[in-house]
Design a protein around this ligand. Structure first.
Ligand code: HEM
Length: 516
């Protein structure tokens, strides 16, 4: 196929219009013109903009380069192969859409940090446009995004990202979490739902000022649907390339289901709470994110300021906190447990560090963190090797940009490929090996590595990084303090092969949590 296409393209490159006119005048009949017309149509569809980064030579009409990508469904492997073949900046067509991948720490830093002015917007894509309508934080751009992000960061900081109020509530949540684990009496079970519910409750506390009972049917439904939307995102995402496929009968791409789930979050959880907060608003009692948002809405209204802190954005911004803050952290905790099952000596060393610093008489706290470099190194290594965000959400440029000699056309989808840094042998030596010691110096102290970027870098850097690190530390230390985590069958460990949706998730597994 590729051979035929090469020949066709070579032929068309050498054709000029005069030749075609001449042919039509002298020789020919309708059939010849038709054949030329079809060929020229194909050529037009396969044409790539001039000067873009290299990539697979042909983009077939409709499917783009998809058929030529390797990796057997693992997008990390496919992009590693493309990088090897085409270099640190390459382009690839998914359907008719051009994607540009930027690889390697130096180039990613150059784009997202040094040239943040041009690389910090989000592209227009069918699914995110339908679901988010360019509102909120994750999928918005320009002033609207800046207003939401600034407000969210300031508010979350005020609540105590890294301060004790939030820590106390996370510890309270972990208390419920370990209680439920204890109820399994050392019997094997799949912890996934429990972890999701518990992590989601941390966001609930921040957003609504309250947690939900794990058995609450509305909350259970919410957690399940949130997870479902993450899990089916691979299918739904295909509509970004060919939105027309949504009109096929049935729901092959899970589009209708995703939309329905999304509407139900709003209807059952978010809207009632916002209404309730609006009705009972008390300006002297703004202890949660929604109250703070309403307070700011009223302030900008009164002052007649131009701001996007308004009713149109409140629902989406809240949803973004849940979306970005639940699955990411919950998935990382699942990877962490899985790597501990595969590396019992690492778990034993973590337990020893907990015993040395905290003992068994009290819960670990954030004040203990600086004294636990080994556990921090393990967390770093899990975040690095699992790389749950893969390449992160896409960025775009608002104008045509020249980057390292290549043209990046306005509004192109641009991925800063985090995998190209976190799994780069040139950076880590043995990137595929789980080795927490790489984050320790010769005195056993934590080493900061610039290339450790699971939360990305630049203006779009993860807004919940401090919260996530706090949660991971507290969940992990308490879990290991209370339980020994054991595989169901030591001879047949659960696979480390993950599943790719919006995040890179472990294949489901069961674990034994034996009380210590
Ligand atoms: C282990 C946990 C987490 C990881 C690995 C992670 C990673 C990331 C990454 C890679 C991005 C994309 C940055 C970019 O576009 O360049 C991001 C964005 C974001 N994250 Fe996280 N995240 C985690 C947890 C959280 C939590 C707990 C929150 C809760 C508040 C959160 C909120 C956000 C938001 C709102 C954005 C969008 C930022 C923007 O577009 O300006 N994340 N995260």
């Amino acid at each position: 196929m590729a051979g035929i296409l090469t020949r066709l393209q070579d032929i068309f490159q050498n054709i000029n219009l005069d030749v075609i006119k001449e042919l039509c005048k002298n020789t020919v009949n309708f059939r010849t013109v038709l054949v030329f017309g079809v060929c020229i149509g194909i050529w037009l569809l396969m044409r790539k903009p001039r000067g873009i980064p290299p990539g697979p030579r042909f983009a077939l009409p409709i499917v783009g380069d998809v058929l030529f990508l390797g990796g057997e469904g693992d997008i990390r492997v496919a992009t590693r192969q493309l990088r090897k073949q085409y270099g640190d900046i390459f382009s690839v067509y998914f359907g008719p859409t051009l994607y540009i991948y930027i690889n390697g720490y130096d180039l990613i830093k150059e784009a997202l940090v040094k040239r943040a002015d041009v690389f910090s917007s989000r592209p227009s894509m069918f699914i995110s446009d339908v679901l988010a309508g360019k509102k909120g934080i994750i999928f918005s751009s320009g002033k609207l995004w800046k207003d939401q992000r600034k407000f969210a960061l300031e508010t979350l900081r005020e609540f105590g990202f890294g301060r004790t109020v939030l820590e106390d509530r996370i510890l309270e949540e972990i208390g419920y979490f370990v209680e439920v684990i204890g109820q399994h009496n050392g019997k094997a079970f799949n912890m996934r739902r429990l972890i999701q519910a518990s992590v989601s409750n941390v966001i609930s506390f921040i957003v609504y000022g309250q947690r939900f009972d794990y058995g609450d049917p509305v909350f259970k439904d919410f957690v399940e649907k949130l997870e479902e939307n993450f899990a089916v995102s691979g299918f739904v995402g295909l509509l970004n390339f060919l939105p027309i496929l949504r009109f096929l009968p049935g729901d092959l791409f899970k589009f209708k289901r995703t939309i329905r789930n999304n509407q139900e979050f709003d209807k059952n959880i978010i809207e009632p709470s916002v209404k309730d907060h609006l009705k009972n608003y008390d300006e002297n009692n703004t202890n949660d994110f929604i109250s703070c948002y309403i307070k700011e809405m009223k302030r900008v209204e009164q002052n007649g300021e131009e701001s996007n802190i308004n009713k149109a954005n409140i629902i989406r911004t809240i949803k973004d906190l849940f979306i970005a803050g639940t699955d990411t952290t919950a998935t990382t905790i699942q990877w962490m447990i899985l790597y501990l099952l595969h590396n019992p000596s690492v778990q034993a060393r973590c337990y020893k560090e907990i015993q040395d610093v905290v003992g068994s008489g009290r819960l670990p706290s954030m004040a203990d963190r600086p004294n636990m470099p080994y556990i921090q190194a393990v967390l770093h290594e899990v975040l690095r090797i699992a790389n749950i965000a893969i390449a992160g959400p896409p960025h775009t440029v608002d104008e045509d940009v020249i980057f390292h000699g290549y043209v990046i056309p306005k509004h192109t989808v641009v991925f800063a490929n985090l995998d190209s840094v976190l799994a780069d042998d040139k950076v880590w030596g043995d990137a595929g090996v789980f080795r927490p010691e790489r984050f320790l110096d010769e005195n056993g102290q934590l080493v900061k590595r610039e290339e450790f970027i699971p939360f990305s870098i630049g203006r779009r850097v993860c807004l919940g990084e401090s919260l996530a690190k706090m949660e991971l530390f507290l969940f992990m230390t308490t879990l290991i303090q209370r339980f020994e985590l054991k595989p169901v069958d030591p001879e047949n460990l659960p696979t480390l092969k993950g599943v790719f949706g919006i995040t890179h998730t472990p294949t489901q597994y069961e674990v034994i949590a034996a009380p210590r």
